[in-house]
Design a protein around this ligand. Structure first.
Ligand code: ATP
Length: 366
């Protein structure tokens, strides 16, 4: 059981005399037993953050604390932290049983019978008892990943660190392992930091998600908070699939004026904008409605460009008729609404669903 705190954690790398800031002043309190997902695009600093927690990378500035004790200078082996990698990292010449027991034999004074029992228990938790005497080469990718997780569990660590552990699995297996990993983490109650670049994984697995971009933490929030109340334009665009539509806008006479349409705002929304005049309007594809006819000033004539069927719903790419910039925007529409390319429609953008960001800073205004 452990509370893990990152306090102003910064990592510099030296690249031929140039200083690369891989992680910039990151502060997160990860609660005991919490499942925190670190998510962000390639190169944003996720792995570096995880490696600093594991002790595989030094901390340039700031503190990492485990249950109140600073562990910056503690050797990796003394941190009681287990790490699971994307590459499984199993020893090919050892059986599954040996792979799982090896770490305990090396680093503890535990007796053979206790180690044996722990391996059996972890194998049960991972549902792989029948694989214990096989070699890694005799296992599927999914089974190898179970062994890698079993090897982490067997150590009964205070913290699990996982770096894209499911990314080598096919889509179906990945989704079932997601659910299972969550079940196991909940059952064991071990504080977990899980790195992924996949926002779906982050949204479905994390108690909270920490969104990183360019070494900087953008927001730490529950998945639903990040979806409904993104702190800035980056988070808004990163979370949600398909991505949020953005329109450059200026505030004129109580309306957002864009190249595509004019969007009148209520007094309440205007008040949130705090006098800003250059803004970005954000609209989630799933919030756009296709309606039979225009009845209000948030309804706009548009033409269907492409329909992408997904089964129960369609991603529909549209162009506003008043748009002379050739920009398409995306709507997610129930598959029971038949639409085809070239068709004229009316797209409704309900005001209660829109987001507005400061055009310069990207910070959320509304
Ligand atoms: P990915 O999803 O692609 O694995 P990431 O979010 O995990 O990316 P990091 O691997 O943490 O990103 O890298 C963050 C930044 O630090 C990148 O710009 C990377 O090039 C740089 N970096 C990482 N390790 C080193 C190193 N040993 N020396 C110099 N720069 C490094």
């Amino acid at each position: 059981m452990a509370e893990l705190v990152l306090d102003g954690v910064t990592k510099y790398f030296d690249d031929d005399g140039d200083r690369i800031v891989a992680v910039d002043d990151a502060s997160i309190d990860i609660e005991d037993g919490e499942f925190l997902v670190l998510v962000g695009p390639s190169g944003c600093g996720k792995s570096t953050t995880l490696r600093m927690i594991a002790g595989l990378e030094t901390v340039s500035e700031g503190e990492i604390r485990l249950d109140g004790t600073v562990i910056n200078d503690r050797a990796p082996a003394d941190r009681n932290i287990a790490m699971v990698f994307q590459s499984y990292a199993l020893y090919p010449h050892m059986s599954v049983r040996q792979n799982m027991s090896f770490g305990l034999e090396e680093s503890t004074s535990m007796g053979d019978s206790e180690i044996g029992q722990r391996v059996e228990d972890a194998a049960d938790t991972m549902d792989i008892p029948e694989l214990l005497d096989r070699k890694p080469s005799e296992l599927s990718g999914g089974q190898q990943q179970r062994v890698a997780l079993g090897r982490a569990i067997v150590r009964d660590p205070e913290v699990f660190l996982m770096d894209e552990p499911l990314s080598n699995l096919d889509a179906k297996l990945r989704s079932s392992m997601r659910t299972e990993l969550q079940r196991i983490q909940e059952e064991l109650g071990v504080t977990t930091v899980y790195v992924t670049h996949d926002q779906t994984e982050a949204m479905t697995m994390g108690d909270r998600i920490a969104i990183l971009n360019d070494g900087r933490l953008q927001q730490v929030a529950t998945p639903l908070e990040a979806y409904h109340e993104p702190a800035n334009e980056f988070v808004a665009g990163f979370i949600g699939d398909p991505s949020m539509n953005f329109f450059d806008a200026t505030v004129e006479d109580g309306a957002l004026v864009t190249d595509q349409f004019d969007y009148p705002l209520s007094e309440a929304t205007l008040a949130d904008l705090d006098g800003e005049t250059d803004v970005t309007l954000g609209v989630r594809p799933e919030d756009i409605e296709i309606v039979p006819e225009a009845t209000g000033d948030h309804d706009f004539a548009a033409t269907v460009d492409v329909v992408e069927p997904l089964g129960n719903e369609n991603n529909v790419y549209l162009q506003f008729d008043a748009d002379d910039t050739d920009t398409t925007f995306t709507a997610v529409v129930d598959a029971t609404t038949p639409l085809s390319a070239g068709e004229s429609v009316t797209a409704r953008i309900p005001e209660e669903t829109v987001h507005v960001f400061d055009a310069d800073s990207g910070d959320a205004l509304h």
